[in-house]
Design a protein around this ligand. Structure first.
Ligand code: PLP
Length: 415
């Protein structure tokens, strides 16, 4: 990209370094992925320069005829992908999408029941430092010591709390979420069921995880995690009234002009998600996470819930003398990027934790399969077995760099 190189060498150099980092390290953060060069190109397209407040056919600015075409395509593809009737593709992020759902359906102080952050939920599911825990009266459910949700217990909590909305979906949960069960719980207390499928959306789109439809009244997702699209959010529903309220909540409620270039890139991402290759990709994401978990168990490590049904594994060090933070740093030194994570029965602080979360989507996008994941899992275990051995970490980093370089990240970096 000569424009950037000529105009701003400092930023260009940082892009180069980031490309080198992404190429030579193994990205195993469960919420990250590599999107298509076509998606990245679209994000840098002429739509960057367009204001388009409003919705297709009802804009507050002139010259929106092509922006309308872009947004309508994104909406139509999203509805086809998830089998729903209405989609709002304007949220700038997953958190904005969630904020809009609450703004549309709740009043300040209403009761919200969501998954505890320390048990795998997201900040926006009612956590106290987030707007969702500040503006609404939030209550939580969690997982049992076996790492799984107990739906009978969640039913009991819901009956006690009597929430107006129940949020299901998680950021760190390795098992399938039973949306039908959650709907039973919501119906028993007259609550709205809101599914945030940010983490598993790519699997849902491929039929590799049960769909929240027709159970949830409203569904949100990010578009950049397992969906492998551009960074952004989306809201979906089959209910016309909810759709109208959600649209008003996004614009003019909490956002101004939509990011038309990102909406265009979302449409491109959905085209990929609707292709036959997507089904293969999503199945491979699951197969890779599964073998990763199996090898780690074989090597004596404890997986929260004992395994995985999706794109991530949660490793627990609750019975070890090192923390999630120690493991995160040691693996980072060995060229493997993961994140520390709290685990059930947590005894350490959220900044230290007793676990790590490891995901398969990004390396699967680079073309890695079971063979490579088995190799990487063994390297992870080697590092953890001898966590203070920095020489070993250096050696593994070199070995993994060779592996990484055989799997191209971007054919053509578009910075
Ligand atoms: N919902 C869930 C379940 C998430 O895991 C995340 C992000 O990690 C979000 C929402 C928020 O997405 P964003 O970071 O785009 O605001």
């Amino acid at each position: 990209m000569s424009f950037l190189k000529e105009y701003d060498k400092e930023i260009f150099d940082l892009c180069e370094k980031e490309l080198e980092r992404q190429t030579n390290h193994l990205e195993m953060i469960a919420s990250e992925n590599f999107t298509l060069p076509a998606v990245m190109e679209t994000m840098g397209s002429v739509f960057t320069n367009k204001y388009a407040e409003g919705y297709p056919g009802k804009r507050y600015y002139g010259g929106c005829e092509y922006a309308d075409g872009v947004e309508q395509l994104a909406i139509d593809r999203a509805c086809k992908l998830f089998g729903c009737s209405y989609a709002n593709v304007q949220p700038h992020s997953g958190s904005q999408a969630n904020a809009a759902v609450y703004a549309a359906l709740l009043n300040a102080g209403d009761k919200l029941l969501g998954m505890d952050l320390s048990h795998g939920g997201h900040l926006t599911h009612g956590s106290k430092p987030s707007f969702s825990g500040k503006n609404y009266h939030s209550f939580t459910y969690g997982v049992e010591l076996d790492g799984r949700m107990n739906y009978d217990k969640i039913m009991e909590i819901a009956k006690t709390v009597q929430p107006k909305i129940i949020v299901c979906g998680a950021s760190a949960y390795a098992r399938e979420i039973d949306f039908a069960k959650f709907r039973e719980i919501a119906d028993a207390v007259g609550a709205i069921l809101f599914a945030d499928i940010a983490h598993v959306a790519g699997l849902v789109a491929a039929g590799e995880h049960p769909s929240p439809f027709p159970h949830a009244h409203v569904v949100t997702t990010t578009t950049h995690k397992t969906l492998a699209g551009p960074r952004g959010g989306m809201i979906m529903t089959n209910d016309e009234e909810i759709a109208k309220k959600v649209n008003s909540a996004i614009f003019p409620g909490i956002q101004g002009g939509p990011l038309v270039h990102v909406i265009a890139a979302k449409a491109v991402g959905f085209k990929y998600n609707l292709s036959p290759e997507w089904k293969e990709y999503a199945a491979q994401v699951k197969a890779n996470a599964k073998i990763l978990g199996e090898v780690l168990i074989k090597r004596g490590y404890e997986l929260v819930s004992g395994g995985t049904d999706n794109h991530l594994v949660l490793l627990s060090f609750i019975n070890r003398d090192f923390s999630g933070k120690d493991a995160d740093i040691a693996l980072g030194n060995a060229g493997i990027t993961v994140n520390k994570n709290t685990v059930p029965g947590e005894t350490r602080s959220p900044f230290v934790t007793s676990g790590i979360r490891i995901g398969s989507p990004a390396l699967t996008s680079r073309g890695m399969k079971e063979k490579e994941f088995e190799f990487i899992a063994n390297k992870i275990a080697d590092v953890l077995d001898d966590i203070n051995n920095t020489e070993l970490q250096e050696n593994i980093k070199k070995e993994l760099k060779t592996l990484a370089q055989n799997f191209v990240v971007y054919n053509q970096p578009t910075y």
